[in-house]
Design a protein around this ligand. Structure first.
Ligand code: DLZ
Length: 184
């Protein structure tokens, strides 16, 4: 099953000075470069200024979460797209790399509250990877950038930023009044 990403329901636009980061893993570099190009193009199409997109390279996909974490806590970035290519080798090593990259990226997003998105290709062959790096099956880097833009927009929306005060208050335990003290 070739999973082409669904078209976004809407394409949120970002301010030109709102910064976004791309963290790219150098392993399988020629393919990853296509993901970086896709991510940068998607951010630019979303209104992000070319000077407001920083690309940071790390050795491999295993290193993506740590770099993303540093960028996320720097306070410089509204969102971060992680891109990399993990291709199955002769040993299960690639499974560890892919699993740790995915879990790590998820943890960074949850721990920091910054949208950190998953633009990794995990493929059985190089051919499959090329197909997902701007070939027949889309561009995972562009999809990660679009997801970051959408999440930044969503989290900035009033309903997310400011929870309904009434619901918060009714959820609290009622305060005991002085009258209650006299009853005891
Ligand atoms: C070691 C390794 C292997 C076998 N395969 C990949 C891969 O397919 N894609 C990738 O991005 N990185 C791979 N790596 C490198 C690891 O991600 C990591 O850089 C090293 O294990 C050093 O921590």
């Amino acid at each position: 099953m070739a999973g082409r990403a669904p078209a976004p329901h809407f394409r949120p636009r970002s301010g030109p000075n709102v910064r976004f980061g791309v963290v790219a893993a150098r392993f399988n570099e020629p393919i990853v470069k296509k993901l970086v190009d896709g991510a940068v193009a998607a951010f630019t199409a979303g209104g992000v200024g070319a000077g407001a997109i920083d690309v940071h390279w790390v050795p491999g996909s295993f290193e993506l979460p740590l770099a993303a974490h540093h960028l996320a806590i720097s306070g410089r970035y509204a969102g971060i797209a992680c891109v990399g290519v993990v291709i199955r080798g002769e040993t299960p090593h690639f499974e560890h790399v892919a699993r740790e990259a995915a879990a790590g990226i998820r943890s960074v997003a949850l721990a920091t509250g910054i949208p950190v998105t998953f633009g990794l290709i995990t493929a059985l062959t190089e051919e499959q990877a090329w197909a997902r790096a701007g070939g027949d099956v889309g561009n995972r880097g562009a999809e990660a950038a679009e997801a970051a833009l959408e999440m930044v927009h969503l989290l900035a929306a009033r309903t997310f930023a400011r929870p309904d005060r009434r619901r918060t208050q009714t959820a609290r335990r009622p305060r005991r009044s002085r009258a209650d003290d006299h009853k005891r």
